[in-house]
Design a protein around this ligand. Structure first.
Ligand code: ATP
Length: 349
């Protein structure tokens, strides 16, 4: 186990800058998600940490040591990639034990450690099977056991759950988190699934066009997104832009929004759908902001309902328990209301 430090890493492929001065620290024993749209540099960063890609500049430190000149096999890293190819002719136990045989740990030690790893992924009863005789989720757990059985300092997982259907994926997320907690290994996980990043990780790094847009604990990033991209990428956000006038924001249609004291010079705000309420009358209480709009759609989804309201020239979303939202037909004039302190000032980027 070890802390991983990525410092000012830049990597270009020809004219393409895949990583642009990226820094992030991954404290010892934590579970970290690298999140970002396709092509944002997630895999490149993971492969640079692993040692498959040599950065043009910057440093990677593992456990305090610079590893730039350390080859992949000496970095003591366990890996599981999207196409986690298992050896089809080997049993589950032999697949898991592969890295131990390469390290020549001896048959007795191999048996013991494979046994422990299979127990952790709850596959002790299937050690004798071949990969072709397993379900997708079971194969994934074999690949995971194979990645951590050598007791590496760091575990790198590149979209490890992407091949699974939604239900199995959610089960595996819970499993993965349990296993990571039990072995306490520093784990860096690439995903483009925001929910997965929010549920699993202690810290998230959001990449866009090779740049680290923001990193921090899920709640911190969710509650205080650095800019419009981070606000809209991690969860749903209603974003309003304007120009500053005193303590408020003047929207393009001339309406003023009162900003919280913490707004600084921000020219945009984000408000999460769960912080927007809908009222049939204009609120007058102090500390409550509002915008008049028109109900466009009401989408019932079991536990919660989403209302789409056209206001300030855009579609705003409000999410709440169904009974907390007015039952009005589409086209009805409504007020979107919020607590001013719930507005998050953000940068325009
Ligand atoms: P995805 O979610 O689609 O896997 P990603 O965020 O992991 O994307 P990367 O695979 O890191 O993105 O790629 C970042 C950028 O670098 C992309 O524009 C990609 O085309 C480019 N790139 C990656 N590897 C190479 C390579 N070997 N040669 C040239 N360009 C590359």
């Amino acid at each position: 186990m070890a802390e991983v430090l990525v410092e000012n890493i830049t990597k270009t492929f020809g004219k393409m800058t895949a990583l642009d001065n990226v820094s992030m620290d991954f404290p010892d024993g934590g579970f970290f998600a690298l999140l970002g749209p396709s092509g944002s540099g997630k895999t490149t960063l993971l492969r640079t940490i692993a040692g498959f890609i040599l950065a043009d500049s910057g440093h990677i430190r593992i456990g305090g040591t610079n590893v730039e000149t350390v080859p992949v096999e000496k970095r003591d890293i366990g890996m599981m990639f999207q196409n986690y190819a298992l050896f089809p002719n080997m049993t589950v136990a032999d697949n898991v034990g592969f890295g131990l045989r390469v390290r020549k740990v001896g048959a007795v030690e191999e048996k013991r450690r494979v046994g422990e790893a299979l127990e952790l992924v709850q596959l002790s009863h299937l050690g004798h099977r071949k990969p072709g005789e397993l379900s997708g989720g079971q194969r994934q757990r074999v690949a995971l056991a194979r990645a951590f059985v050598t007791n590496p300092r760091v575990l790198l997982l590149d979209e490890p759950l992407s091949a699974l259907d939604k239900a199995l994926r959610v089960d595996m997320q819970i499993e993965l988190k349990r296993i990571q907690r039990e072995i306490g290994i520093t784990t860096i996980f690439v995903t483009h699934d925001q929910d997965e990043a929010l549920t699993l990780s202690d810290k998230i790094g959001i990449l866009k066009d090779g740049k680290m847009v923001q990193s921090g604990a899920p709640r911190e990033v969710y509650d205080n997104p650095a800019n419009i991209f981070a606000a809209e990428f991690l969860g749903e956000a209603n974003v309003l832009q304007g120009t500053r006038e005193g303590g408020g924001l003047r929207l393009a249609d001339g309406r003023m929004i009162q900003l919280p004291g913490s707004a600084g010079g921000a020219e945009a705000i984000a408000i999460r759908p769960e912080n927007l309420s809908i009222s049939l009358t204009e609120p007058t209480e102090p500390g409550i902001g509002s915008l008049q709009g028109e109900m466009v759609q009401r989408v019932f989804a079991g536990a919660v309902t989403t209302c789409v309201v056209q206001a300030a020239g855009r579609r705003m979303k409000s999410v709440a328990l169904d009974r907390h939202l007015p039952q009005v037909p589409e086209g009805t004039p409504v007020w979107l209301t919020w607590e001013v302190d719930r507005l998050t000032p953000i940068a325009k980027g």
